[in-house]
Design a protein around this ligand. Structure first.
Ligand code: PXP
Length: 243
């Protein structure tokens, strides 16, 4: 099965926002990523607008050659924005104001009726809902109840594991979760904290359709340029899959 790379360009916007400048251009960044093998462009419109701005979504939507994956909290404000922008995919994430980045998966199981309602609203706007969850069967069962077509498995615990034993443990959890979700007919994506060092083991999991990677690609782009940073990650995931 093929594997796709979504490049998250939030931190291009971070660089722009710290100085309030017009550069670097997200449109140019997205174009370079797409020309270098990205299969989709991911953006997280946070409630505090710390990087991506509302205007960026409007600017990018008509310019993308691939597809837009909009990450957002499951709030009424964000649902309204999503209905206006119409991204192809919408990845629902938990959001805490003080966090440096998304720290864990959504607890779908404990807010089932709200999540089902949110997925229905996205679906009625022809937007595919993706739920960002930890590698946990209970959450996958909850996603199945919501009838969301996609999950994104949170790989942050795997990426942050500090020794080999825990890395293997987290990887095993991810492999089992991917197999289980796939057996229920749910599309499996994964992401968070993935780098050139730790992505191969994840990309080898055959049921994973798409990996969403941001911070490490944008960081590496400082040294090798965005085109190479994107294309080498794409090459790595294809190689891991034997493609
Ligand atoms: N997937 C989701 C749902 C995320 O929230 C993020 C971070 O915005 C990523 C993937 C990308 O994570 P990273 O920037 O660590 O590659």
């Amino acid at each position: 099965m093929s594997i796709f790379l979504g490049v998250n360009i939030d931190h291009i916007a971070t660089l722009r926002q710290v100085r309030g400048t017009k550069y670097p251009s997200l449109i140019e960044a997205a174009r370079i990523c797409e020309d270098s093998g990205a299969d989709s462009i991911t953006l997280h419109l946070r409630e505090d607008r710390r990087h991506i701005q509302d205007r960026d979504l409007e600017d990018l939507k008509s310019k993308l050659k691939t597809k837009m994956n909009l990450e957002m909290a499951a709030t009424d404000e964000m649902l309204k924005i999503a209905s206006e922008i119409s991204p192809e995919d919408c990845c629902l994430v938990p959001e805490k104001r003080q966090e440096l980045t998304t720290e864990g998966g959504l607890d779908v199981a404990s807010q089932l009726s709200r999540m089902k309602d949110v997925c229905d609203q996205l679906q009625s706007n022809s937007i595919k809902a993706s739920l960002f969850i930890d590698a946990d069967r209970r959450q996958i069962d909850a996603v199945a109840e919501c009838q969301a077509p996609i999950i994104e498995i949170h790989t942050g615990h795997y990426a942050n594991a500090t020794n080999q034993k825990n890395t293997e443990l987290e990887l095993k959890k991810i492999i089992e979760a991917c197999e289980y979700a796939h057996s229920l007919g749910i599309q499996v994506n994964a992401g968070h904290g993935l780098t050139l060092e730790n992505t191969s083991a994840i990309a080898k999991i055959d049921s994973i359709v798409e990996l969403n990677i941001g911070h490490s690609i944008i960081s590496r782009a400082l040294f090798v340029g965005l085109a190479l940073a994107t294309s080498e990650m794409k090459a790595l995931i294809l190689k891991a899959r034997g493609l």
